[in-house]
Design a protein around this ligand. Structure first.
Ligand SMILES: [Zn+2]
Length: 83
């Protein structure tokens, strides 16, 4: 499993995401075929994740359980992810 640092995901568009083991966040980002595990700048992979509908597109909010670092990721158009 590849790890992607929290500093490397600013501006990316997330096409797919899932949570494994309740806390680890796996992301597939536009332009990349493989899933990557999101790692915080504190080197932990323990996220509290929620989706937020916002004007201009949905967002994925991830908060590091360890250090409280907050990330806001863009989600690809709602089609894929709409319930
Ligand atoms: Zn952290």
């Amino acid at each position: 499993m590849r790890d992607v640092s929290a500093t490397q995901v600013s501006g990316v568009v997330v096409t797919k995401w899932r949570v494994v083991d309740n806390v680890q966040l796996l992301l597939t980002v536009m332009g990349q075929a493989d899933e990557a595990r999101l790692m915080c700048t504190c080197a932990r992979c323990h996220w509290i994740v929620r989706e937020k509908s916002a004007e201009g597109g949905n967002k994925l909010l991830a908060t590091c359980h360890n250090c409280g670092n907050r990330l806001e990721l863009r989600l690809e158009g709602s089609g894929l992810l709409a319930a």
